[in-house]
Design a protein around this ligand. Sequence first.
Ligand code: TYM
Length: 332
Amino acid sequence: RQRILSGMQPSAGSLHLGNYLGALVHWVRLQETYDAVFFIPDLHAITVPQDPAELAQRTRTTAAQYIAGGVDPERATLFVQSHVPEHAQLAWVLNCLTGFGEASRMTQFKDKSSKQGSDSASVGLFTYPILQAADILLYQPDGVPVGEDQRQHVELSRDLAQRFNSRFGETFVVPKPFIQKDSAKIYDLQNPTAKMSKSASSAAGLVNLLDDPKVSAKRIRSAVTDDGSEIRFDRAAKPGISNLLAIFSSLTGRTVEDLEAAYEGRMYGHLKVDLAAAVADTLGPVRVRAEELLSDPAELDRLLALGAAKARDLAAPTLAAVYERVGFLPVA
Ligand code: TYM
């Protein structure tokens, strides 16, 4: 079977609708036909300051949301990145194969460091995409299902795989980004030309998986809409309404054309009320299940420990091959 791999940062108390529609629903579909590897990148989370107690709690909460959203810990390999030391070990080797200029061109670093000021941005934030390449290449996956915002990072992992293979001999599978066109980018409700983001969006711009559906309904009712009154998909002229239509379409499987026809002659408010109901229908059960899982943290931790053991069995042979090919002296 072919393999896929992906992960979401535990950097907020809850995943949001962009994480859910842009990634999680695709993971769940793909785990049926692929050998799936899903992990929680806590090493990546500390590239910006984190409260230690909160980070541990958020790591568990993220795992609970994966499972509540449909990731099957028996079928897939589900683990926490810091439980598998091979990620950091391979990242070092890849750091040494990446050009300074090449790393400087990564747009996420430019965005995040310009917000923090480049003097206070950590070196970890700079090498973030190289650690991500290590996450990916360790498991030899064929595909990496992510939202559009992660495309550049997956491209870097392809470049590094090819570079290593040509310099040291065939070692890595060169992975492909798996990006679902219709849901690849969900926008901020208050700022519908910027992506919905755990770190950049204000609370009012987010729909969170773990929020009370009443809170989400209120945020959808208050979403920024556009001039005029027509319910029509047009990203340039109507970014707010287009975002709501795209969310509605990905949640329900109805096409945007079908929704435009259904809402012809009706008001923005009608669309918002129905969308809030669709969000509650889909996310309500996910939230309930996540809360159940979080009520038994020992059981969650046990699942994650099993996942880490499975992950190490996959990762160790790749790291061993890399160490040998770069010329590290084996332990006698
Ligand atoms: P993260 O945690 O920012 O996002 C997790 C997943 O959600 C997708 N996503 C979105 N999709 C659509 N619309 C949005 N507004 C939106 N916001 C986020 C992301 O594309 C992603 O698929 N660097 C990664 C984590 C990571 C990783 C990896 C991913 C670390 N190592 C290895 C894949 C493979 C990140 O920060 O994702």
